[in-house]
Structure formats: C-alpha cells, structure tokens
Write a protein that binds this ligand. Structure first.
Ligand code: AHR
Length: 325
C-alpha cells in the first residue's frame, strides 16, 4: 500500500519536529489507522443503461469496501482513458482499474503503469497485447460464450426454417464484446448453409445508432428473419425502426439481444424480444475485492468470469426479481 505518500503536510512537519528534538512519541501517538486504498477507475463512457448500472455498481462497492475511488469518465474516447490512466500514475494510486473501450493500443500506457509499480486490473473488456504481464488480472463476462448462447438459441428456434436471413448489429468497432460476441455466434452457425448474414454493421452500443442501422438494413433488405443485436440499447432502437416500418418485432423478425436490462426483460415478456443473453454489469464488489488484494501485494487469478444465464420467450419470467439495471 502506498498511502504514506499521501500524508497531510502538517502531519509530516510534526513527525520531523519530533525527530529533530529527539522526542519519542509515547501515550500521545495516535493508534495506527488502516491505510485507505486508492483505486483509479477510468470508466469508458455512458453509452448504455448497462454502463450506467456498471458505474453505479462500482461507486457503491467502493463506498461499502471503504476504498477511495478516483473516478473518471472517458466519454467514449480511448485518448481520454489513456489521459486518466496517466493522471492515476502521477497520483500514485494503489491500483488502476478500467474497461478498455477498444482492444488495441494499450501497451505504452500499461508499461508506464508497470514502471511505476502500479498493478492494473482490466474490468469488463479485454485487450490485445503480446505481453500479458502488463495487467494483473481481468474481471468480467465471457463475451464469446454469450455469442455462442445467442447462436444456440437461434439454431433451436429456427429448427423448422429452410433459410434464415440474419442482420447483425455489432457493438463498438475493435471492442472486445463486439469481436467476441460475433466470434462465438459465428462458431455456432458457420457451416450451416441455411444461415446467411445479410448485414453486419456497427451501432456502437448506442440506442440512436441501433435505430439508424436498422432503418438502413430495412431500406436495403426487406426480407430479414432475425436481428442479432450486441446490446439492449441498440435493440431498443432497432425495435423502434422495425415498428415504424410496420413490422412486428419478435414475430415478423426474431430478436436476439445481449445484456439483460430490466427493459429488455419487459420486452421479452411482451413478445417483442425472443431471447436475452445476460451480461451482468454488477461486478463492483468483485472489482473491489480484487483491487484490495492487489494493493496488499497478493496475487489474484488472471481471469475471473461472471456467472451468467439466458432468458428466452419459453421461460416463465413472473418470479424474476428486478434486474437492478
Ligand atoms: O462491455 C459491455 C458492453 O458495453 C455491454 O453489453 C453494453 O451494453 C455496453 O455498452
């Protein structure tokens, strides 16, 4: 723990004065306080309900764990995340944690953190790097498995179809969830000639862009059987576009989405979504647990994955507790 460097200047002068005059503090010595851990967290933005839930989970968890959180919002820009990480290094926080907005371009700043002996915890999204020692660990979802779950639902749901025309609305270009959710999905459907990916476009995980993508897809190809959307926010936009085009989401076009926000579960109940693959943002407690271990110099598992489920139109969802995001 690095808390000594954050001692108040007044307290430092008192220590110096005691040393100069040869005094040894006895009864007056205050009982030793456990040092507060400082975690620098660079959130990537506020693009979705999922992200807002994730931010809330992290802030609440830090408060409950007595961790001092330096929180920065990068507003969807990698350069802002890099700037925030550099400011955490300058401040000499105990641990740096962040969900990398994209997979590439992190080695330089992570080497700077390593040179400063500050452990880095990747949260939610992974990076591409040749040097896995640049981060101490990862905590988040298995996006490839989420993609496989989406593919497996589609396979079973379209068992009686001769041909299935799919529109994929992907997340942010070069982000781990966009790349891995596609990878897992294609792994399941590839090689089966009845499936055609008619369009695969990026909606950047945002509702407005999801709507724009869907409008364009419907303008270019009327005959779409399925929308596979990489997150709920884009799905809400796509549903709006489908309804405005006079079609019925969930009936004329099957809808598969990822995240599991409360609103997506409500739309599943209404029959406008057919399958929701869960991706939980509620990882704040785990982040704090791992950060506290890293600050104490303990080692952690390199990869910690959230346990997640799939909700479908066939499930009884009545007793499902509120999702909290
Ligand atoms: O990285 C997780 C993804 O990012 C969530 O699926 C999405 O909603 C968010 O924007």
């Amino acid at each position: 723990m690095r808390s000594a460097r954050r001692l108040a200047p007044g307290f430092l002068s008192l220590l110096c004065a005691l040393a100069l005059f040869g005094c040894t503090p006895r009864e007056s010595t205050p009982p030793e306080q456990p040092a507060t851990i400082v975690v620098g967290f660079s959130q990537l933005g506020s693009e979705s309900g999922w992200r807002l839930g994730n931010t809330r989970s992290i802030i609440d968890a830090a408060q409950n764990a007595g961790v001092e959180l330096m929180f920065e919002n990068a507003e969807q820009k990698q350069e802002n995340q890099i700037k925030a990480i550099r400011s955490f290094i300058a401040y000499q926080v105990d641990v740096i944690a962040f969900p990398p907005i994209v997979m590439d371009g992190w080695d330089t700043v992570l080497k700077e953190a390593r040179d400063a002996n500050i452990p880095v915890l990747l949260t939610d999204r992974m990076i591409h790097t040749e040097d896995s020692s640049l981060y101490a660990g990862f905590i988040g979802s298995d996006f490839k498995e989420e993609g496989r779950s989406a593919g497996e639902f589609l396979l079973a749901r379209t068992a009686g179809y001769d041909s299935v025309r799919i529109a994929e609305i992907r997340g942010t270009v070069d982000s781990a969830p966009a790349l891995q959710r596609s990878e897992g999905f294609y792994e399941v459907i590839d090689g089966n000639p009845k499936f055609t990916i008619v369009e695969s476009v990026s909606g950047d995980f945002m509702r407005t862009k999801g709507k724009e993508c869907m409008e364009q897809i419907l303008a270019d190809h009327r005959a779409i059987d399925v929308v596979y959307s990489h997150n709920d926010s884009m799905t809400y936009g796509a549903i709006e576009a489908i309804e405005e085009a006079g079609l019925r989401p969930g009936v004329d076009i099957l809808i598969i989405t990822v995240d599991g926000e409360q609103m997506a579960i409500d739309l599943l109940r209404e029959g406008k979504i057919n399958c929701v693959v869960e991706c939980t943002p509620m990882i704040g407690d785990m982040i704090m647990e791992l950060a506290i271990k890293l600050a104490a110099g303990e080692s952690i598992d390199k990869y910690t994955y959230s346990v997640e489920t799939v909700f479908t139109e066939y499930d009884a969802l009545d007793g499902l507790p509120d999702r909290g995001y």
